[in-house]
Ligand binder design. Structure first.
Ligand code: MSP
Length: 501
């Protein structure tokens, strides 16, 4: 059986979950559900990044221990993923004992191999980003709370892997996606790569994983956090690891590309672990030309929208309105526009029309079709073509194109109903196998297939729709599955139009 291992970044536990976090996690969930639907064995990992200065400071401020602080905050992430129907297989916390042991094991292994050394370093340190930065980075102004720091620290010999990494990126065109991000990293690697400072003295930061060979230090948060991708699946201890690793997709936002495409692969090279297959960096959700972030105070809370307009419509909007890799702007108006045009007018309307007509005219039982005419045969063929197109787009992760293809099918059903006008022909001929019966059977089947295709995106509403047709989610995309005379119910208004907002 083919496998799919997909990960999201592990989110800073201190932050309140927002649309940006929800986007990456929903995207991973959609891809994971899709691969499951086509028969893959899948593993979907998400979690929280729980060490570092910001957590330590917040705990002090709230008069609790850092552990108490993270235990309280992790609940918000766990709850939101549950509400948004995120079907992850494991939720990693970097404070888990297993993860901490694996980080220590990795450090000790690298130290024993001579890949880590102690050195004195003087440089600019960004407290907000928790890393040393270059003068150029400081001048560019993207970093806050910059201090000059001189101290002894442990360094990982990252520079040693520069040429090997460049070669790997060039030889594996899918390693960093999209292409523009790959070029960005190759540009970054044009300049000499520094070694990576992987420790923090305890007198400056206590809340971290202790360095196993020097108890005066804790591990740098990124070195700790990146290892979650292998510590979660049994690295260094059992065979399960090989059945999942290498990861098929590390989904990340473009803001954390360097850590994933430079630090992480060089760490893996030094540990003798194969590299992930694809690091996929998506763009940002922008609010009025600015990245959405807590510090800018322009955060949209995903749950507010989900509660107001349904979880599925939020999932749909986020997947439909962002071209993977590019930035996309978010506004309440764009959400409502998309909702009304695609969900209320197209999908919702087709569900209502078909189920109400069958309820009224065929006693709520699926009609039996007669012989298909040219229009119907062409429509069934078109459905098949669209199913293939969706599959092609999904495996290329052209998510918005896959959705556009599914909605082209839904619009075809509406057009077909307009053409055949079963609400008129039914007045003349209500018989089984008659024109209206045939039209409604074809429409019901196409509605079932469209709903199956939409299932990874909108698991709740599509299940309700498919159940209303007396079916279970089966992932069967062939035409002609529903047996005539089964019960067809009207599932109620699943996507009521949003008026006068
Ligand atoms: N803890 C690190 C990741 C460690 S992974 C080994 C981190 N966490 S974070 O909480 O800041 O989350 C970062 C991720 O959230 C981004 O990479 C991106 O996936 C998502 N987003 C945060 N803000 C975003 C937007 N405004 N738009 C889209 N996604 C963004 O970095």
């Amino acid at each position: 059986m083919k496998k799919m291992y997909i990960t999201t970044p592990i989110y800073y536990v201190n932050d309140e979950p927002h649309i940006g976090h929800a986007y990456t996690t929903i995207l991973a969930d959609v891809i994971n559900r899709y691969y499951k639907s086509i028969g893959y064995k899948t593993f979907f990992l998400t979690g929280t990044d729980e060490h570092g200065l910001k957590v330590q400071q917040a705990a002090v401020k709230n008069n609790v221990t850092p552990q108490q602080h993270v235990d309280k905050h992790v609940i918000a992430f766990k709850n939101i993923w549950k509400k948004l129907n995120i079907d992850h297989d494991f939720f990693i916390r970097t404070t888990d004992a297993n993860h901490q042991n694996k980080v220590k094991f990795a450090l000790q292994t690298l130290f024993d191999k001579g890949e880590i050394y102690l050195d004195e370093y003087e440089g600019l340190y960004s407290i907000s980003e928790e890393r040393f930065i270059t003068q150029k980075e400081a001048d560019e102004g993207d970093f806050r709370e910059i201090k000059k720091i001189k101290e002894k620290n442990y360094f990982f010999k990252m520079s040693k892997y520069q040429d090997k990494l460049i070669q790997h990126i060039k030889e594996n065109p899918n390693f960093i996606k999209p292409e523009s991000r790959k070029n960005e990293i190759l540009g970054f690697l044009d300049k000499p790569l520094n070694d990576l400072c992987i420790s923090r003295p305890k007198d400056r930061l206590e809340w971290g994983i202790e360095i196993p060979f020097d108890t005066n230090y804790v591990t740098y948060v990124w070195f700790d956090a990146l290892l979650n991708y292998i510590s979660s699946i049994g690295w260094s201890e059992n065979k399960n690891f090989e059945s999942w690793w290498p990861a098929d997709y590390h989904l990340i936002g473009k803001d954390i590309l360097t850590t994933h495409a430079v630090y992480w692969p060089t760490m893996l090279m030094a540990l003798n672990v194969p590299l992930p297959k694809t690091i996929l960096a998506h763009g940002w959700w922008i609010m009025e030309d600015q990245k959405m972030s807590k510090s800018l105070g322009n955060v949209i809370k995903p749950l507010d929208l989900a509660e107001e307009f349904s979880v599925d419509s939020l999932r749909y909007f986020l997947m439909r309105n962002m071209v993977l890799g590019q930035d996309s702007s978010f506004s309440r108006a764009s959400f409502i526009k998309r909702y009304n045009s695609d969900l209320a007018n197209d999908y919702g309307n087709v569900i209502n029309r078909i189920t109400i007509l069958i309820k009224k005219n065929f006693d709520g039982l699926c009609p039996e079709p007669g012989k298909y005419d040219k229009t119907e045969l062409e429509l069934i063929k078109l459905c098949d073509d669209i199913v293939n197109k969706v599959e092609k787009n999904m495996v290329k992760l052209k998510i918005h194109d896959a959705l556009e293809a599914i909605f082209s099918l839904i619009r075809e059903i509406n057009k077909y109903l307009e053409l055949k006008q079963p609400w008129k022909t039914i007045k003349v001929d209500k018989s089984q196998k008659g024109d209206a019966a045939t039209c409604l059977y074809v429409s019901v089947e196409l509605l079932r297939i469209s709903s199956e295709l939409l299932f990874p995106f909108m698991p709740e509403k599509t299940r309700i729709t498919i159940n209303a047709l007396s079916q279970e989610i089966s992932h069967n995309l062939e035409f002609g599955i529903i047996k005539p005379y089964c019960s067809i119910e009207h599932p109620g208004a699943l996507f009521p139009r949003i008026e006068n907002d």
